[in-house]
Write a protein that binds this ligand. Sequence first.
Ligand SMILES: Cc1cc2nc3c(=O)[nH]c(=O)nc-3n(C[C@H](O)[C@H](O)[C@H](O)COP(=O)(O)OP(=O)(O)OC[C@H]3O[C@@H](n4cnc5c(N)ncnc54)[C@H](O)[C@@H]3O)c2cc1C
Length: 425
Amino acid sequence: MTVPAEADLCIVGAGAAGLMAAVAAGRSMQGNGAPGTIVALDGAKTLGAKILVAGGGRCNVTHWRVTESEYAVNRPAVRSVLRRFGADETVRFFAELGVELKREETGKLFPVTDSARTVLNALLGAVHASGASIIHPARVTSIVRSGDGFLVSGEWGSLHARRVILATGGMALPRSGSDGAGYGFAQALGHSLTPAIRPALVPLTLPAGHWITELSGLTVHAELVLRGPTGKRLVHFANSTLCTHFGLSGPSVLDISRYLLEARDREPGTTLSLNWMPGETPEAADAWLLAAKGRGLLSVLRERLPERLARAILVQARLAPDATVQQTPRDARRMLVDVLVATSLPIEGDRGFTHAEVTAGGVPIEEVDLGTMESLRCPGLSLCGEVLDVDGRIGGFNFQWAWATGWIAGQSAMRAILPAPAPTA
Ligand SMILES: Cc1cc2nc3c(=O)[nH]c(=O)nc-3n(C[C@H](O)[C@H](O)[C@H](O)COP(=O)(O)OP(=O)(O)OC[C@H]3O[C@@H](n4cnc5c(N)ncnc54)[C@H](O)[C@@H]3O)c2cc1C
């Protein structure tokens, strides 16, 4: 399909937020009965790459309970958006499209088919049914004001649109097509960007040869604790933790990554530690060891930890596996407790946007009217999804932000264009 020369609404980016915006705009147009052209342009050859890879190919669409506290920044703004379009609205929206969601133990909601393809196909079908069109690959290279609208351009030519919705995402997984180009468009149209734009929900790296890297492939339930320079606990996450050849990954690590990376820039001296026995204090761990009296250390540790990890921890504490607790001097036992509940992690860095699930930072939310998602800097432009400075933890919260803001942006942008219904006599 070729890009038309004119459109009422042009949505730049057809990922989660852009597709939702297209459905909402298209339905508003249909509801009004007025003719109009809604075009979503996406640079990617394959649409919905992130929806397809999400949740290990099952797409964690949302969470049964979404509140602002699951997001790292701008919580009052998130609350205001979720009040308009929360998890219940998401569940209803997908149910109407025939996508039933099931709740898993973690509270995450997935399609009952366990296939992300179900979600993407339903969205594409809904866009089509709403009368909006998606054109791809059609990468946008510039958006400028033109008359009372915008000129949206790319190698394919130019399109004049009365209104534009920017739904270009952030920089995570750039091969999906989200490479940060949207930030440049936003700036060119008068927006600012947060001082830092960092990968979030990203695996963390340890120095080469660190003992944890030798446990590559091991997954345990563990707690990560971030502390400020004074030792104050800033944030902690207990969840599945994966040791890898480069360092650490898994939900607990991804969740804490954005806080670590931000805190490091702000406050040198922040530290990250790992508790292999989540919830246990040093005192409780010591009491547990002491209660084992004459038993060998390895046999005791194996009660709570996989043998491979137990052996590695004993090596770190410089203790022999068959030494008994009674034979272990107090200082040596303390060292063991320290490794057990507070292994210090000399994190070197992160795996970058290529391996990140979302972006921390972007266009400040204060520059957008939360009731409509319209820009306060550039009338006629709306923004939605990850291009904005909002990021949540693992669990479906990032898609929820994309669905909610996409819905509000699409509906409001189209309502602003459509003629007001004729007054009744
Ligand atoms: C591996 C992975 C797994 C994830 N799993 C989950 C999960 O299970 N649950 C969850 O809630 N979140 C998950 N996320 C996060 C979630 O995918 C994002 O928060 C969400 O996709 C953001 O939606 P968006 O529409 O704002 O941006 P995107 O989905 O990134 O979409 C942006 C679109 O804009 C297009 N685009 C960008 N620039 C241009 C341009 N110049 N011209 C034309 N088109 C352009 C891109 O091609 C893309 O299609 C995951 C992310 C990754 C990377």
